[in-house]
Design a binder for this molecule. Structure first.
Ligand code: CTP
Length: 411
């Protein structure tokens, strides 16, 4: 399956290094060419001879050790189709996130332009350390994919998160990356995410618990499939694609309208506040002697409905809405899709704590105007995003939706 593919595996100094021997074997079984780079500390856990035998290639450790016409880190980086760093220690993660190139592995990483998978493994307190989490976030913002560690019994004797994810998972993720087709190349996909913020005064606002994770996962996936992505985000996020930072529902409406004309698909994953304060106080509102006060609210525009009403011809974008319900999921979703006039509605149950708001997981039902199209079982938001694009565009990137033009009287 992997014949002709060049896999570069970077091993750093953690006890999980021994598990990478099996990963090398898995790639070799599929006829891939595997090259291994170790940090010097990795060799405290696994020997050079073992790695050399398994990969059937010279193992790189020190920079400048093999005289060549090309600097060694450049030749490693040029040759490989994918780089996998596993296990990635907190130390190496810190160096990579800060552009430090003080050994062969970190230099190759810095020079590497193709997909990189990073599988961290460390003690649970180290993983949860704010500095390490900041470094992980920085790497994600730069487009590197993190395969999160798992929870369980750790080599240091502690119980918690930090164990290297399964070798199968790393292998499968790498194979998926190697064969990802740019099926959305040439398509402009606009995605909204996060909960809008509606100011009351300079220090107070109305908002909701949306983390923006579902919208970001959709945008990441669309980017991976080669789309020209615009993420209209109410939460702070940095990515390699275009991010338009907005605050209120009115800002979001303006940003979406600005992107509408040449968009192929608009996905409204944001949790838009239905109401905003009628008057935003310029000064901080002072506590009065009254025990109760009220704030007048006015309705925000329904962005999804407004853009669905703009579908004038078959070249108009595919419009996809989300639907957050805490009860009667399907009945409410069916009513909502006919009210909003979008092409698809993705319904999720926000009453469950194991999916939805703030969680890394979701479980959704996709509907179109005729009813249920597909139910997606509980999975990581990235995997849900993957399946959503398969429903909209199929495996080949062709628009599968038999769209109807807007049927509202006002159109
Ligand atoms: N939406 C929108 N503009 C609004 C409110 C919601 O564009 N002012 C979009 C959301 O981005 C989502 C869809 O409409 O794609 C459904 O949002 P949801 O919160 O489930 O429904 P609401 O329309 O707000 O209705 P309700 O709060 O009564 O459930």
């Amino acid at each position: 399956m992997l014949s002709g593919k060049n896999i570069l595996i970077g091993i750093t100094g953690g006890i999980a290094a021994y598990k990478i021997c099996e990963l090398i074997r898995m790639f070799k079984r599929e006829n891939a060419n595997v090259r291994v780079i170790c940090t010097p500390n990795a060799l405290n856990f696994v020997t050079k001879l073992t790695l050399q035998n398994l990969s059937q290639n010279e193992v790189g450790i020190e920079e400048f050790e093999i005289p060549d016409f090309k600097p060694e880190h450049i030749s490693y980086a040029d040759e490989a189709d994918i780089m996998i760093i596993a296990p990635a220690t907190a130390n190496t993660i810190g160096r990579m996130a800060n552009g430090i190139c003080d050994n062969l592995l970190t230099s190759v990483f810095c020079a590497f332009k193709k997909p990189v998978l990073i599988a961290p493994a460390m003690n649970c307190n180290m993983w949860q350390n704010e500095i390490v989490q900041g470094n992980i976030k920085r790497l994600q913002e730069c487009g590197y994919e993190i395969i999160e560690p798992e929870t369980g019994f750790l080599a240091c004797g502690a119980e918690g998160i930090g164990r290297l994810c399964s070798i199968d998972k790393i292998f499968n993720r790498a194979v998926n990356k190697l064969f990802v087709q740019k099926t959305l190349s040439g398509k402009k996909i606009v995605i909204t995410s996060g909960g809008t913020i509606e100011n009351i005064d300079p220090v107070r606002y109305i908002s909701n618990y949306s983390s923006g994770k579902m919208g970001i996962a959709l945008a990441d996936r669309a980017f991976e499939l080669g789309a020209d992505v615009v993420l209209v985000s109410a939460v702070d996020v940095k990515r390699k694609y275009k991010v338009v930072r907005v605050k209120s529902a009115l800002d979001m409406l303006e940003a979406v309208n600005n992107e509408f004309d040449n968009a192929d698909c608009i996905i409204m994953a944001a949790a838009v506040a239905d109401y905003r304060a009628k008057n935003i106080s310029e000064q901080k509102m002072k506590k009065s002697s009254a025990d109760e006060i009220s704030i007048d609210l006015v309705k925000n525009p329904d962005i999804l409905k407004e853009i669905s009403m703009k579908k004038f011809n078959k070249n108009s974008p595919v419009i996809v809405g989300f639907c957050a319900e805490s009860e009667n999921l399907l009945e409410n979703a069916k009513e909502k899709i006919s009210k909003k006039g979008c092409d698809y509605l993705i319904a999720n149950d926000i009453s469950r704590s194991d999916i939805g708001f703030s969680s890394d997981y979701n479980e959704v039902v996709i509907l179109d105007k005729n009813g249920i199209v597909k139910k997606l079982e509980r999975a990581k938001k990235y995997d849900i995003a993957k399946q959503i694009f398969e429903v909209i565009y199929g495996q080949d990137g062709a628009d599968k939706n038999n769209r109807e033009l807007c049927t509202f009287e006002s159109c």
